[in-house]
Design a protein around this ligand. Structure first.
Ligand code: ATP
Ligand code: MG
Length: 659
């Protein structure tokens, strides 16, 4: 299939499916008190983007004000040129200097039920001690620090300590293998790795130190391994003399030393974050300081309607960009109270999240469609056990949310009234790009709605011409934005080729989208995933969404396979909901259901039932592996795969049914 072409759904039918005309205006009481309530902000930002972003940057504390807002030599951007600041100072010190010193910064709960609350004062103390410990271990400004940790308070403390001394961090999700960790250490050239003896997951210990030991074999740049004691007796670890240091000891030695934050250039590297690898080998995105902090803190405040007394919970892992931007940097720069949870949502039972919402009085919840579909599969009786009346706003990120899941989320989690912000963005964009402002924009289930003020997307055809309303195309961003990735670490040419070559000077997202009659954006999935049936281009998301709207279907992944007549035919992999058994009758029914929803051309040629779908560690469906199976190819990069067994099972099933 020609993978880079625009998507073009048969919009008449899909509109009905996506409930395009179902609108949820901001509840009046919500709109009245919303942080962002003036619709004129969109026009203002459009007319003078530099002025808009400069105003936004003033929310931060700068040691030295910038000389120039933006220097743009496509594709190389510099934001707030000549300015100096420190991210750690902005997330910690400046709050510690006000009444917020006794406000909860991090409200943490471990999986076994242990809890810790760190005020901004506590955070200030711990970040200073950790920064001193890093200096004692020989880490200097510009050195890269790898972080491979469970979701414990020492994780954000470690990041802020790195930022304080100007050492860029690279966090590797704690579920990754030794090989994946080693690759990222070697790619980034990290000198130190910070880990823990283990972390708790579903009642078991994740042996992080052992995995780190294996990874560091073959990672010659690593000089020290700094180890937080999290599980202790449950998993004694070996400490290698001269190389390994306990976090506790290193911090005790640092005592109460205050480490003055480095005055860093606005473009100083803050971190490297590898993409999920849904479409191929992960890319190390470099994020820098001033623009990134401006973009993440502004979007966090406006999109989540952040008030001083909110209790904000983003359920992502800090191992992903979502955790960097919307657990650590955005929220802490804004002085908010952030909930952090170590473990699994089904431990000890499937209501753990809702227990936490009730216990801490969470007001803002940010999670992923894949989690919502899992909660749907488990059933509404779990949230129903808890009083979640404190919730007032909810968000989603990571994938297009099918309208079915959107409605369920609002009904069963958001007590029928919470506005939902569907936020589209990427590791590369650093900050949310397309999203409702919940006090201004009416939402439509399944649509990310409008670009954030100052963000200028477009939808282009292959020639680079903007497509008309209601046709699909390549989603691009036509103007630089402050939190954008500056390059791919160690491979600037790949940065140019991947994002800036198809349309010179314009950022290619890799996602397909279309705009409806109201100008709302509908994300259609990855352009690489588009299926071409008899000359009609279907977004996989459209067909999957139709399948998931059937009561028997929990999850679905759709791919195109070569077909002698149609060019491509649709093959669907379906995970049934609890209580539904695969059968020929169900297959017939599901095919018919898709035809009803979209049209005959979207009828799946074949449907396979599978208990799980192949997903990345960030829980995104890897359709490319399903395509590899279907086309009988060697499987592509599988290092970011959550469970390698899943692909093998599907492969066997596929091949036996073929033969
Ligand atoms: P790789 O780039 O290595 O293939 P990835 O794209 O999965 O990995 P991320 O940066 O974590 O890595 O994911 C960004 C992608 O997630 C977006 O490009 C988009 O496809 C999808 N996405 C995120 N949020 C949304 C959303 N609200 N609606 C639709 N799609 C979304
Ligand atoms: Mg991507």
């Amino acid at each position: 299939m020609s993978s880079s072409q625009a998507t073009n759904g048969p919009s008449g039918n899909i509109d009905a499916l996506l409930q395009e005309h179902r609108r949820f205006p901001p509840p009046p009481a919500f709109a009245e008190h919303a942080v962002a309530h003036d619709p004129a902000v969109y026009q203002r930002a459009h007319d003078d983007p530099d002025g808009f972003w400069a105003e936004a940057a003033r929310r931060l504390d700068w040691y030295k004000t910038w000389d120039k807002v933006l220097e743009w030599d496509a594709p190389w951007a510099k934001w707030f040129v000549g300015g100096e600041l420190n991210a750690s100072y902005n997330c910690v010190d400046r709050h510690n200097a006000t009444w917020r010193r006794n406000k909860a910064a991090i409200i943490w709960e471990g999986e076994p039920g242990d809890t810790r609350v760190l005020t901004y004062r506590d955070l200030y103390r711990e970040v200073n001690r950790a920064a001193a410990a890093l200096l004692d271990l020989g880490v200097k400004k510009g050195d890269v620090v790898a972080v491979y940790m469970p979701m414990i308070p020492e994780l954000p403390i470690a990041l802020l300590a790195c930022a304080r001394i100007g050492a860029p961090h690279t966090v590797v999700f704690g579920g990754f293998s030794a090989e994946a960790l080693r690759d990222r250490i070697n790619d980034s050239g990290a000198k130190l790795v910070i880990t823990a003896d283990g972390g708790w997951r579903r009642g078991n210990v994740v042996p992080l130190k052992e995995t780190t030991d294996a990874a560091v074999q073959g990672a010659p740049t690593i000089e020290h391994v700094l180890v937080v004691k999290r599980v202790g007796e449950a998993r004694p670890v070996e400490m290698k003399d001269g190389r390994d240091v306990w976090w506790e000891d290193a911090l005790a030695k640092a005592s109460q030393r205050i480490v003055e934050p480095e005055h860093l250039d606005s473009e100083h590297p803050l971190y490297i974050m590898y993409t999920s690898g849904t479409t191929g080998k992960p890319k190390g995105q470099l994020h820098t300081t001033g623009g990134y902090l401006t973009g993440t803190s502004l979007t966090h405040q406006w999109i989540f309607d952040l008030k001083e007394d909110d209790v904000y919970w983003c359920t992502a892992d800090i191992g992903w960009v979502t955790g960097h931007s919307y657990i650590v940097y955005g929220p802490l720069a804004n002085g908010s109270s952030v909930v952090m949870y170590e473990g699994s949502p089904d431990y000890p039972d499937k209501d753990r999240f809702w227990d936490l919402v009730e216990k801490y009085g969470v007001t803002i919840l940010y999670t992923a469609p894949t989690s919502i579909r899992t909660f749907m599969r488990w059933g509404p009786e779990y949230p129903a056990k808890h009083d979640m009346s404190t919730l007032r706003l909810m968000g989603t990120v990571g994938e297009p949310i099918n309208p079915e899941a959107w409605m369920w989320y609002q009904e069963h989690i958001g007590h029928g009234t919470c506005p939902i912000v569907d936020t589209w963005w990427q590791t590369e964009t650093g900050m949310i790009m397309i999203t409702p402002l919940p006090g201004i924009v009416a939402t439509k289930p399944g649509s990310a709605t409008r670009p954030f003020p100052g963000v200028e997307p477009a939808i282009l055809d292959e020639q680079g011409t903007a497509v008309p309303r209601n046709s699909g195309g390549n989603l691009v961003i036509t103007r630089p934005w402050p939190a954008m990735s500056r390059t791919i670490w160690g491979d600037p040419q790949r940065y140019v080729n991947t994002y800036w070559s198809k349309y010179p000077g314009v950022y290619l997202t890799g996602d397909g989208a279309r705009q409806d009659d109201d100008g709302y954006y509908w994300l259609l999935g990855r352009v690489d995933d588009v299926v071409n049936v008899s000359g009609h281009r279907l977004g996989t998301m459209e067909v999957e969404s139709a399948l998931v709207s059937h009561p028997a279907v929990a999850e679905a992944a759709v791919i195109g396979v070569s077909h002698p007549v149609k060019g491509q035919a649709i093959v669907a992999f379906v995970t049934p909901r609890a209580g539904f058994k695969p059968s020929d009758a169900l297959t017939v029914e599901l095919k018919e259901h898709v035809v009803q929803a979209i049209g005959a051309l979207a009828r799946p040629e074949r449907i396979y039932y599978t208990a799980e779908l192949p997903k990345t560690r960030s829980a995104k469906i890897m359709r490319r592996l399903l395509r590899d199976i279907a086309e009988g190819r060697v499987l592509g990069d599988t290092t970011t795969l959550m469970d390698p067994n899943v692909v093998n099972q599907i492969k066997q099933q596929y091949e036996s049914s073929e033969g």
